[in-house]
Design a binder for this molecule. Structure first.
Ligand code: MD3
Ligand code: FE
Length: 213
C-alpha cells in the first residue's frame, strides 16, 4: 500500500541528501494517531521542560515508548522513567510504530524500529530554536517526524550552526525522514502562527520517532 506512495502521488520530495519530505503521508492516519495520543497523555501529560540554562521551553512535550527525551537543569538525556508520572513512559501505540516504520521504508530506510517517540505541542508563539539532535547513541538511524494540525515553518541548516538555513513549510499530515548525511543538520521551528485546525484545535503537534538507545 505505502510502497505505492511515491509512484501514485509523486509526493516524496528530496530536501537535501538523506532527507525526504513525504507530503501528506500521515493525513489519512491522523484520527487514529490523535486517538492513540489521548491514551498516551492520560498516563504522561503535557509538560514544559526546563533547559539546562534554566529556561522554560515554550513547546509542551511528552513521550511514549521505552525511552523518553527529557531536559532539566542537569542536561538533556533519554530516560526510561517519566519524571512527572514517576514511572515508565506509556507504550508506543501500534498506530505510531507502524506509521514510523512505513515512512522510513518509503524514504529508503528499511527496518526502522524506534524506541522513543517525543511528542511536541506548539501553541501560537511557541518555537524551537536552531539545534542538532545529538542525544542518541547511534546517528546511523534515521529520525521520522510527523506534523499534525496547524502549519509551521521548519528552519533547517547544515552541519555547522553558521551554515545558511532554508525554510520549509510543514502542513498537517506531512512526514519528514532525516537520515544519512542529513542526520546531524541543524534545525528549528519558527514561532507558530495562530489558527485553528480540525484535527488538533489551536496548536501543532509533532511526533518525532528515534532509535535512541
Ligand atoms: C533535521 N522537533 O524534537 S521535527 C525535535 O517539529 C525537533 O517539533 C521539531 O526538532 C518539531 O528535536 C522538528 C523535524 C526534524 C527532526 C529531526 C531532524 C528535522 C531534523 C534531524 C536532523 C535534521
Ligand atoms: Fe530536533
Amino acid at each position: 500500500m505505502r510502497d505505492l506512495f511515491e509512484a501514485e502521488q509523486g509526493l516524496a520530495l528530496p530536501i537535501v541528501p538523506g532527507a525526504v519530505l513525504l507530503r501528506g503521508f500521515a493525513g489519512d492516519q491522523a484520527p487514529r494517531l490523535r486517538a492513540a495520543l489521548d491514551g498516551v497523555l492520560a498516563a504522561s501529560p503535557w509538560r514544559h521542560m526546563i533547559t539546562p540554562g534554566g529556561f522554560r521551553m515554550s513547546v509542551a512535550m511528552t513521550n511514549c515508548g521505552p525511552l523518553g527525551w527529557v531536559s532539566d537543569r542537569t542536561g538533556y538525556r533519554y530516560d526510561a522513567i517519566d519524571p512527572v508520572a514517576g514511572k515508565s513512559w506509556p507504550a508506543m501505540p501500534q498506530a505510531f510504530r507502524e506509521l514510523a516504520s512505513e515512512a522510513a521504508n518509503a524514504a529508503g530506510f528499511a527496518g526502522f524500529e524506534p524506541d522513543a517517540c517525543l511528542v511536541n505541542r506548539y501553541e501560537p508563539g511557541a518555537r524551537l530554536s536552531l539545534h542538532q539532535d545529538r542525544d542518541e547513541r547511534d546517528y546511523g538511524h534515521p529520525i521520522v517526524s510527523v506534523s499534525l494540525g496547524l502549519p509551521a515553518v521548519l528552519l533547517f541548516g547544515g552541519l555547522q550552526r553558521k551554515d545558511k538555513s532554508m525554510r520549509l513549510p510543514l502542513v498537517h499530515g506531512d512526514v519528514v525522514v532525516w537520515g544519512g548525511p542529513a542526520r546531524l543538520n541543524h534545525h528549528g521551528i519558527l514561532p507558530l502562527k495562530d489558527g485553528e485546525h480540525p484535527s488538533t484545535g489551536r496548536c501543532r503537534i509533532n511526533l518525532t520517532f528515534r532509535k535512541a538507545g
